[in-house]
Design a protein around this ligand. Structure first.
Ligand code: NAP
Length: 255
């Protein structure tokens, strides 16, 4: 009975940046919990492969290739889904990028590109889906934050700033939209092996440092992010708003 609280049957979830990595893992997890999945990324070929991968597992999946830093493209994608597929009940703002450089030399154009994806895109997609969700007085938005929401690391200050902004925006969206029946929360992943941080997991020195630094003594497995996503996407979290759940093996709890 109480497990029904976690069911996503009959729900539709749009996950940005879901052709690989964390986005694809969350797409599979939410799909296995019963949601229909709408995949998104810029490049269509990997997106089509991801769609097939989900369908092979019995998950109802469609795809919309678009650049979420383009507000017109985001509005069009959301309108197309709402008109031709059905209501978007869950939005996961996941698309994000990283760039590492000494702060004093960090290219300003890259700073702007990073902010456009890691912050602006979540605002565009949040706004576009909220306009529909508010009318229905229901909707779940999950913003993917980071361990860097809380802690800094040398050479990634723009990313750190963007993930701090993502948590602040989560609280702001909850404040604005909770009165209209929406839940807006975040997930802050620790370290997971994806393309975004290949420079880290392919470096044995970094891996050894991370394993020593993390109370659980290892990297995260992508599947370990699914539980938090199902919780925040489902009725189980209906009185939870503006919060960020950290999934990091204890690293942020420990010096
Ligand atoms: P990833 O493997 O690099 O995947 C990024 C995804 O976003 C890809 O599907 C990519 O596909 C898509 N994407 C990139 N730019 C886009 C754009 N402009 N419009 C639409 N889609 C776009 O990254 P990840 O590690 O899974 O990271 C996902 C999220 O988790 C990010 O927000 C990241 O900051 C966060 N995070 C990751 C970690 C970690 O350990 N990996 C830790 C904390 C937080 P295309 O290139 O085809 O567009």
């Amino acid at each position: 009975m109480s497990l029904e609280l976690f069911s996503l049957t009959g729900k539709r979830a749009l996950i940005t940046g879901s052709s690989r990595g964390i986005g694809l893992a969350l797409a599979r997890g939410l799909g296995e919990a019963g949601a229909s999945i709408v995949l998104n990324a810029r490049n269509d070929a990997p997106l089509a492969a991801a769609e097939e991968h989900l369908r092979d597992q019995g998950i109802v999946a469609t795809r919309h290739a678009c650049d979420v830093t383009d507000p017109d493209a985001v509005d069009l994608m959301v309108d197309l889904i709402e008109t031709h597929e059905g209501p978007i009940d869950i939005l996961v703002n996941n698309a994000g990028m990283q760039h590492r450089a000494p702060l004093e030399d960090f290219p300003r154009a890259t700073f702007n590109e990073l902010m456009r994806l890691n912050v602006n895109a979540a605002f565009y997609a949040g706004q576009a889906v909220a306009r529909h969700m508010i009318g229905r007085r229901a909707g779940k938005i999950i913003n993917i934050c980071s361990l860097m929401t809380f802690l800094a690391r040398k050479s990634i200050t723009p990313y750190t700033a963007s993930k701090g902004a993502m948590a602040a925006m989560t609280r702001g969206m909850a404040t604005d939209w909770a009165p209209s029946g929406l839940n807006v929360n975040g997930i802050a992943p620790g370290y997971f092996k994806t393309e975004l941080n290949e420079a880290l997991w392919s470096d044995p020195k970094f891996s050894a440092w991370l394993e020593e630094r993390t109370p659980m003594r290892r990297w995260g497995e992508l599947d370990e992010l699914i539980g938090a996503a199902i919780y925040l996407a489902s009725d189980a979290s209906r009185f939870v708003n503006g919060q960020v759940i950290t999934v990091d093996g204890g690293i942020s709890a420990s010096v």
